[in-house]
Structure formats: C-alpha cells, structure tokens
Design a protein around this ligand. Sequence first.
Ligand SMILES: NC(=O)c1ccc[n+]([C@@H]2O[C@H](COP(=O)([O-])OP(=O)(O)OC[C@H]3O[C@@H](n4cnc5c(N)ncnc54)[C@H](O)[C@@H]3O)[C@@H](O)[C@H]2O)c1
Length: 460
Amino acid sequence: MNLAIIGAGYVGLVTGACLADVGNRVVCVERNSERLDVLRHGGVPFFEPGLAELVAHNAQAGRLSFTDDLASAVHRAEIVFIAVGTPADEDGSADLGHVLEASAALGRTISRDMVVVIKSTVPVGTCHRVQAVIDQELRARGVDWRIAIASNPEFLKEGSAVDDFQRPDRIVIGTEDPEALRLMAALYAPYNRNRDRLIHTDVRSAEFTKYASNVMLATRISLMNELARIAEKVGADIEAVRHGTGADPRIGHHFLYAGVGYGGSCFPKDIQALARLAADHGESTPLLHSVQRVNEEQKRVLATKIRQHLGTSLKGRCIALWGLAFKPNTDDIREAPSIALVRELLADGATVRAYDPAAAENARRAIDHPGLTIVPTAWDACEGADVLAVVTEWREFKSPDFHGLAALLKCRAIFDGRNLYDPDYVESCGLAYYGIGRGGRRVRSGSAETDAYAVMTGYW
Ligand SMILES: NC(=O)c1ccc[n+]([C@@H]2O[C@H](COP(=O)([O-])OP(=O)(O)OC[C@H]3O[C@@H](n4cnc5c(N)ncnc54)[C@H](O)[C@@H]3O)[C@@H](O)[C@H]2O)c1
C-alpha cells in the first residue's frame, strides 16, 4: 500500500519503518527541520533499539522516505496516519493543536479518497473532530473526496518499540466505516498471522482503550509504591511481597515493581488528560488524582533518603547518579524521575555527576546548571562522589563491582531506586544500602549457589 505518516517521532517513525519493512511504500512527513535533516541523511534522531537499522534498510530499498511537503506525501496515499504529539496543556487536558493543525493541512491537500488514521493518543471524541475539520476544508475547496476515519491507538513501549510493533499483543482499530476496516485489516495482516489480534471497536471506544490501558498501568505502579512505603515502615521487604503477590494469576508478575515513580511522555500526561476529560463531563476521578499524587511524591523519595543519610544539608556534597532516561533502552527523558531528583539535589546545594548510556545529550539540554556534570562512564560518575543513586535500571548497572564502589564512594552508600541489588550482599561489601520498600530482609530459602546467582543477576 501507499502510506503517509504525519509526524516522525517515536511513534510515527517506528510505525513508518515497520510498515515499510513488510513491503509498503511509506512517506513520513516531519516538520521539525533538525529531525528531518537527520532522517534524510540516513540517521535516526533518537535512540530506539533496532530502529536505525530498520530505517536505513528500508530507505535504501526505496520504500521509506522523508519530506516536509504534505501534499506530495499524501498525493498517492491510501492511508494517512496522524502520529503527532499530544502534550499536556496548562490545565492538564491533551493539547490537540498539532493534531487539528495536521488535520486542517490534510483537508487542504487531499486529492483522492483515503482513510485517515489517528495514531496519536487523543481524548474521546477527537477523531470525530478530525473528521469535521477535514470535511470543512474539503467543502471550502468545493471537492468531495470520500474520507473515512479510524482510531488506531499505539501500544508500543519505548525501548522495545520495534519489537512491540512487529509482534503486537493487540491491534485496536476503531472505525464505523467497513472499507476503512477492510483496508486496516489488510495493512496489519502481516502482524496478525499467528492468532487474531485485531480488536475492532467503534471510534470512541478505541480512543478510550488507550487511556484506560495507560491509567491501569500507572495505577499499578503507584499502588506498588504506596505498598513499598508501608513495607518500609512495618519491616517487610516489598521485593518478597512482590513475588508472593504476583504469584496470584489474577495479579501476575508484570509491572509490579516499586521504584522511583513512572515518567515518560505518556503516563503522566495521559492520566491528567483523562482526569480532565472526566471533569469536563462532570465526573470526578479521585483515584486518578491519587495515582498522580503518589507518583509525584515517589519521585522525591531518593532525595529524602540521601538527605537523611548525609545530614540535613547537601551543600558541598557530590552525588553520583546512574541513569537519566525515564526507562532503560531509550534516550527519552520526558518526565523522568532522574530529572526531578537532579533538580532537587542541585536546589539543595549538592553537585551531581551523572551517567546514562543513551540520554546524556537530552539531559544536558534539559538541565543547564554548573552543578551537573554528565560523564562518559558509570565509574566516572563515582569519582569524588559521596554516595551513588541508581535511578534507571539499565542492564549495565545490574551487577557492578560493589567492592570497587565501596573504595570509591566517600560516604559508602548506595541508593537503589529500582531495587536492583541484594541488600545483604551490598552491605557485606562495606556499603550502606537503601532501596525502595525494603524494610525487612528476605529469608533465604535457596542454596548458597542460587543466592550467588541471584546476586549476580540482580534477581531478588
Ligand atoms: N512515545 C511513546 O512511547 C508513545 C506510545 C504510544 C502512543 N504515543 C502517543 O503518540 C503520539 C506521538 O508521540 P511521540 O512520542 O512519537 O511524539 P514526538 O514528539 O516524539 O513526535 C511527534 C512528531 O510530530 C512532528 N509534528 C508535529 N506536528 C506536525 C505536523 N503538522 N506535520 C509534520 N510533523 C509534525 C513533531 O515535529 C515531532 O517530530 C502522542 O499522542 C503520544 O501520546 C506515544
């Protein structure tokens, strides 16, 4: 098929590259000239595992191209995806400026029948607004192309986006138009062979499904974080509790980790947007507000623990920090807990030596402060530092040389924001250990060998 994708960000570019890879001809429209320049020169403007190779391969094969000229991109397109950003507005609602602007531009350029697919995460009712905007532009031009609308929310996870797109657990298509459904089913057929993953709904339910999914996941995280705080107070270890709780198949082990809070470009803004949407319809959302509040508080937990360990003032202290990205395998720092922590430490008079395998450049741009030094290796971060805070669970942080760290860190303490390490083992290496919700110590039931393996892999 001939496809156009408006917006070549995390979602648009992954979608475009993956759909080109199965044989479609895809043109990505990107208006950010810096991003476009990188893409046109064979690069990828952000880090996402496997994406650079996929983009290069399909661009070389002539199936994937990039432009800022919408008209030329949609000229032959049977399906146009809108995958532009929907950031939070000042009142928390989703800012639909980019979506509606793209829709109007589409309406001014469309020159054939087509399906317009909204992939951006948008409040319920937006797809119908998009349809109205396009129809209005077509009427103003005095043309009568048949435009069908579909909502196709994206569930990929940054860090494994290519794999998620190629092996989706579901493909949600919301449309009331049979021809749009037929075309979309054909487009996604290559990803739908092993079992039927296609879920067909009405447009509004598809829009809502995306918010419901993100809110469900964020709630799970905040609940675990609240349980972790209680565990700390009552002397239980949230890691042991997690194993015991997750063993119930109704609960499951996925997404059951206590930590320093969720971040990223989706959960924070999507929860706010849903709360706002509900308020606009006269519905209160006490649970959603609590999920957000717990998360904001959780982002401050490591700073509080560091302050308690080092004394009330952090003036003159140096904190080593591992991990700036909001999660591993991405360079995305939007709403990252690391950024909140760095800001708090700097405001308290500390200096920070931070390391991240991928997000250094983005963090440098986000925080321009003489107290923050971003260094090239994890060990450089610990040079001259008092203590170490681990914020993102990158693989390379999972099994460090704790004896080496004990020799390097002046105040010999690790603040493990992702519960990566075995507290007893860390302490046996001469370091104070602070995790999240680790009030008790795990009762070891395995052999010494399994314990050693668990320490090595960080699986406790
Ligand atoms: N990032 C994720 O993990 C993820 C996952 C699922 C859904 N989503 C949703 O997908 C949408 C896009 O997210 P993202 O992270 O890819 O955003 P992004 O900010 O990385 O990318 C959006 C891109 O669209 C471009 N753009 C905006 N208006 C344009 C226009 N009129 N013409 C051409 N280009 C335009 C921007 O320059 C930018 O490069 C959002 O609604 C988001 O909530 C994101």
